[in-house]
Design a protein around this ligand. Sequence first.
Ligand SMILES: [Zn+2]
Length: 820
Amino acid sequence: MPLTRAEATARAATVEVRSYEVHLDVTASGDTFESRTVVRFGARVGASTFLEFEPSSVGSITLNGASVDPSAADGRRLALAGLAEDNELVVAATMRYSNDGEGLHKYTDPGDGNVYLYQHLFINNGGRVLPCFDQPDLKASWQVSVTAPADWKVATNGALVSQAGGEWRFAPTKPISTYLATVFAGPFHALTDEHDGIPLALYARASLAEQLDQQAGELFTITKQCLDRFHEMFDIRYPFGHYQQAFAPEFNFGAMEYPGLVIFRDEMLYRGAVTDSQRESRANVIAHEMAHMWFGDLVTMAWWDDLWLNESFAEYLGTRVAAEATSFKGTWTTFAMQRKAWGLRADQHPSTHPVAPSEVGDTDQALLNFDGISYAKGAATLKQLVAFVGDEAFLAGLNDHFAAHSYANATLADLLRALTKASGRDLAAWAEVWLRQPQVNTLRLTRSPASVQQSAPASFPTLRPHKIGIGLFDRAPDGTMVRRTSLLVDVDAAETTPVDADLSADLVLLNDGDLTYAKIRLDETSAAAVPTVLPLISDSLARAVLWASTLDAVVDGERAVAELVTLVLTALPVESEVVIIEDVLRATRSLVDRYSTPETRPAALELVAQAADRLIAVSEPGGSRRLAAARGFIGATTDVARLRGWLAGEGVPDGLAVDADLRWLILYRLVVLGAAGTAEIDEEYARDRSATGEQWAARSRAAVPTADAKAAAWQRIVTEVKLSNRLVEMTASGFWHLEQIELTAPYVARYFAEMPDMMRIRSGMSAEKTAGYAYPELAVSAETRRLAAELLGREDLDPILRRVVQDADDDMRRALDARF
Ligand SMILES: [Zn+2]
């Protein structure tokens, strides 16, 4: 049961939390641990309140020295009455470990049997570890101590004060929100460094020690570069003492911004060959989490409706700081290509919401808003805001905002006040259309008469002020496309005539520089020129804008998927930007799967494989393009003999490392094609008994095209509670394949019949992801849509499942409408 906004508001008016003193004893083997907590808080005299508290069993509860009947704890919350002005609550309890990434997650490494724990209380899971007032605006100091096995290490937000045997004591933190308190424990490998007076550390499972040692140089360098850049931009220095970064297994997010101890999913520690764009993405995440130290940790949203104050800013600043301070300069290209597509998709779904909704009713609703809107659209909106007010005013406003609300909470209104003061511009009207209204505008260009038309969907007819670039590209004598000029234009009405109205050029690129957030449609001449001019443009950001606009037109059914495939075949083999290669291959594959008919699909897929194969042939041996092309080829080809050859080390393209990760990718494709089965999966897992190997094995087993294998996988998805979050997700993500669509046909109806029960056995994020991965998105048919409509008609439907089904069904509607 979620915490409602009304409950949180009432509780904040009743209590003022001062500190938590938490002792965790994790020495017992088994499913539980001991938690002893002292909470000190002020209150209105005589008032009642509650704390989140989900114990396995209660030892004792004492309020201000008097014992409280354990029945005050109903398994979910602990009710307290007759509060004093100053209160001390002492609770001893036995708590359950989790295997879904929320609460205190317990993980056993399949390689060496080592056990690791991490604490993730977000979004309202504090009660699974200790009794607490679990809402963002009740900040308090946390003092943690841990009794752990003697050979373990323990890290928390706070600095280590003492360690003797298995007793670990940490210093109290500055005031932080409950969802930001963390613990990481286990026999992990640790490396330390220091920068500008800030102690740095990196942690990972013992079985990843070699990888951590290899990659620590890059990780520490990026960390230091980003710290320096944030210190240049912000008046307040990094406020939480040490900066530790840990890699944790089965983590639900990419990473989480715990003050003083960021946790990353440990897939970000690479164990095989990766592309430069993967390394760029990791640098971006490092910068993103660091941005949160100010936006989110130092100044926190008052309630989850201002989630964007966390995520939009972290996404914007992470992308920006990675580009400005690290060697990964292409983050804005990735943003234009990949992140904005995520934002656009979410923004056009039935569940769309404003970047800054005025009211998010409860924590379940808040969880669903961790989407492309709160991250990517919000960040794109901030990029537009910077174009609108100028960078100096933007940074000055942020610094005012931090100064005014350090170690406290703030809202959209607070931020607008600071930005208005710094820029001297009234931002109320701007904020209303950009932050308070959902959905997206479409910008179209016509050359003669020269004009930019802005439109909005009938359901949300808001037009917005867009400051955009219009790039004029001509073919140079050497054959390349050169930007002659880029006009900066204010588009603020349904029709805008650019000042310099001469738009004669070989290509007119609307939204040159990717300043605004909108759907972009080129004029007819430019659109027709794309296949020939795209490969000739040297600016990767301009190419990303063109590719993104092309893909979006296919999603909308304005262009045929066959046209896209032809473009991919000619333009992709000469593409130099790895992220574009990866994203175009991924998006094209998905569109071919869902937008082509059973008749046209095999030929289209073959062309995608051919495009990837051509790129393999022309790419440099050992480089990122070759690896990206090989992955794309493996995913699309039906050439079983060639794939088997690669596994056996025959005919492998020069410089392509067929390491453990690539072996799994190849084997997985062979399994999907029916050319390998359980025996080969078992054999591969015996070679690679690691966390990643275990996950690939789970995914591959779900992909085996036999009735028994599908039945077993489905059973795991809908009923198995002993399976961890990640293994359930992997199983669900391996289940559906177009190659097996007849075999899995009975599971289309079973999805709609059985998912409501699945939601009851899994919590929060794990339930949401499982429902999403298990959705029969490849069974594109009117019958699937009818079943979806029937389920959506149920009034008792879980709100998380409702949103998953509603949005997935909307994607299917587009695909059905657009089918070629
Ligand atoms: Zn974030």
